[in-house]
Structures are given as C-alpha cells and as structure tokens.
Design a protein around this ligand. Structure first.
Ligand SMILES: Nc1ncnc2c1ncn2[C@@H]1O[C@H](COP(=O)(O)OP(=O)(O)OP(=O)(O)O)[C@@H](O)[C@H]1O
Ligand SMILES: [Mg+2]
Length: 341
C-alpha cells in the first residue's frame, strides 16, 4: 500500500451564512451557479477526494475560481470544510485543537505563496530563517540552516539584501528557501511560479525538479498552466466548479481528457513533445529489432524513424527491450480528439 501523505475524502466547502442548508441542495445535484443565484452561497469545493502519495509532486489545475486555493488551504486548515475528512501525515487535521494545529503547521508542512509573502523589512537570511525562528531554533543554528538553503537556491551573496532589492525570480527563490529550510516533508505551493516571466519560470521549474530528486518531498502544487503541470507533475487533478473532474498522470489527461472543459485545457499542449513513448507503446519483449529508442523519447523524436522502419523497439535505461512502437500509435496519440460524449 502506498504511503499517503495527504488524504481528502468528500471535502466540501460552502461559503456563506447557512452552509448546512445549502449542502443538502448541493448533494441533490444543484449546480454552483444555480446555488449562488438562489441562495447567495458560493461553492468553494464540492465533494473532493484527493490522494497525495509520499514523494509525489501532485499538481492541481483549474480555471480562476475553480477552488484551487480553497483546496490547498484545507490541507493546513486555514479553512474548515463544511463536510468531509482530511488526513495529513496520517493525522486527522480536523480533530486537532489549536495547540496541536499550531505545532502541525510549524513542524509538518510549509507553504510557498504566489506573491512570495516575504517580510519586507527583513533581510533575505532572516526571511529564510523565519519559520525556524517561530519554531524556537537558536539564532546560530537558524542562520547556518538559512545560509545552506540560500546557497542551494542560488542566492549566495544576497543574504543581507532586502526583498525589494531582488527581482521577482530571486524573491520567489527566497520563498522556496524559506519553505525548504523548515525541513518538513510536505510543501504546499499555490501558483508559486505564476508571477514570474516565462524564462525565469522555466528555470524555477527545472530547479524544483533538481531539488525534488534529492529531497523527495511530497508537494501539492497549484497552477493553471498545463505545460507547467506536464513538466513537473507526477499526477494532475483538474478542478471545475470546486469538483474534481479528472485525476491522472499528465500524459493520460492529454490523451484522454474527461470532458470538453479538460479538452480546452490541453488544447494548446505541444503533443509531439508532451507525449512520451512509454505512455503509448505496446509493452512486451518483441525479440531482436533493427532499431530502438529509449522509453523517455517523445513522439517528436520517433516520428522520423518511421520513414525507414515499420516499428521500432523501446528500451529502458538498461537497454532492455520493454516494448515496441508503431507509426499508427504515434499518429493516434498526436491527433487531437474531443472528449467522449
Ligand atoms: N472567503 C471566501 N468567501 C466567499 N467566497 C469565497 C471565499 N474564498 C473563495 N471563495 C469563492 O470560492 C471559489 C473558489 O475560489 P478559489 O480562491 O479557491 O479559486 P482559485 O481556483 O484559487 O482561483 P484563482 O486561480 O483565481 O486563484 C470562488 O468562486 C471564490 O469566489
Ligand atoms: Mg487561487
């Protein structure tokens, strides 16, 4: 059984003065728009199940207002649900009293915010050490730890700068270093890279992936950019009107979008680069083959090979044949299709 770090079951959040009354109507199938028009209540989340395994980088996607921030804020209980259960690190977050909750927030979970959330009058090093200070770590030790993380995110030399003296990308690195310095297993990242220029953003994504390889954290990452989800996500969950409409590996979602809404999300994805051979190959050992490609190759890499081969073998990192791929499979994967009706 996988080790679940975050487990949500039936989590529903209704904003407004009489959520319990509206809950009955929601459960009998009324839509978010209708409930808002009829009762003035807003559906933040609707019956959300979410599993995030240890070491997973789990991306939550959805349009503005779909409930992404509401979802992530339930994980550290900045928001109490109207209904449902939430376990983090095997603990019932909703059953915690204020002291337990404070301890939980200080020691088990860290958050990186979209707008960086830095303290303007503190230096970089004091911002990075802030969480440790709250936790009561000695000055010497927190400066040492902060120094280490500042170096890891590439900000050496900026220890004494103030946030306003840094670029957006640098400020976001400070936010990331601050979260990582907490040395917790679970990171919550709410649109952490969305405010950055595309090039800087892409660099931060690379950096997160490099760090993650080493750190093996459990990360819940929010974005509304599917390309970002494809690049960094192990698993993607798509929200619409507060409800989960699809959850799967990013490539599975590109290949089999659950409804028209998801089709629109994935419409601009460069499928030839996004879809990898291992996702669409036929698995098995097909004996000797003229030509082979690595399972991590993308469709764009293999397409030219079909000018000379009917099929090519697919090998793993040890050069063992694990499957084969044909032009038909690649073309089918590249063809844009609409959702099943
Ligand atoms: N405190 C609140 N009171 C009332 N309604 C709220 C509150 N917080 C969020 N909502 C509503 O809940 C829904 C989900 O909001 P949320 O902030 O989670 O969306 P989001 O997916 O994070 O959007 P964005 O991409 O714009 O950040 C929206 O309809 C929003 O108006
Ligand atoms: Mg949000």
């Amino acid at each position: 059984m996988t080790d679940l770090k975050i487990k949500m079951r039936g989590v529903t959040k209704i904003f407004g003065p009489r959520p319990d009354e509206v809950l009955t109507a929601l459960r009998s199938g009324a839509s978010k728009d209708d409930l808002q028009a009829e009762t003035g209540h807003v559906i933040g989340l609707n019956n959300v199940d979410l599993d995030v395994a240890q070491g997973q980088l789990h991306v939550v996607m959805g349009l503005s207002g779909s409930g992404k921030s509401t979802l992530i804020r339930h994980v550290n209980r900045l928001i109490d649900p109207t209904a449902g259960s939430i376990e983090v690190n095997g603990k019932d977050v909703l059953g915690m009293d204020m002291d337990q909750l404070r301890l939980f927030r200080r020691t088990e979970i860290a958050m990186v915010f979209q707008k960086f959330g830095l303290l303007p009058h503190r230096s970089v090093i004091d911002n990075v050490g802030y969480g440790l200070e709250i936790r009561g770590v000695s000055k010497k030790q927190r400066l040492e730890t902060a120094e280490e993380w500042i170096a890891k995110v590439g900000l050496e030399g900026y220890e004494n700068s103030r946030p306003h003296q840094l670029s957006g990308g640098q400020q976001q690195r400070v936010g990331l270093a601050r979260a990582l310095a907490m040395d917790v297993d679970i990171l919550l990242m709410d649109e952490a890279f969305s405010a950055l220029d595309p090039l800087i953003r892409s660099g931060m994504q690379d950096e997160l992936l490099v760090l993650q390889k080493d750190l093996n954290k459990t990360i819940l990452f929010i974005t509304h950019d599917f390309d970002e989800a494809l690049k960094i996500g192990d698993q993607v969950t798509v929200l619409q009107d507060g409800a989960v409409i699809q959850s799967g590996r990013p490539e599975e979602i590109v290949l089999n979008p659950a409804n028209e809404h998801v089709v629109e999300f994935v419409a601009d994805v460069n499928r030839a680069r996004a879809i990898h051979v291992h996702t669409i190959m036929e698995t098995g050992d097909f004996g000797p083959c003229d030509y082979r490609v690595n399972a991590s190759a993308c469709c764009e890499d293999v397409l030219p090979l079909f000018a000379e081969h009917d099929w090519v073998g697919v090998s793993d990192e040890n050069d063992k044949i694990i499957g084969k791929i044909t032009a038909k499979q690649v073309i089918k994967a590249l063809a844009r299709h609409s959702a099943p009706v």
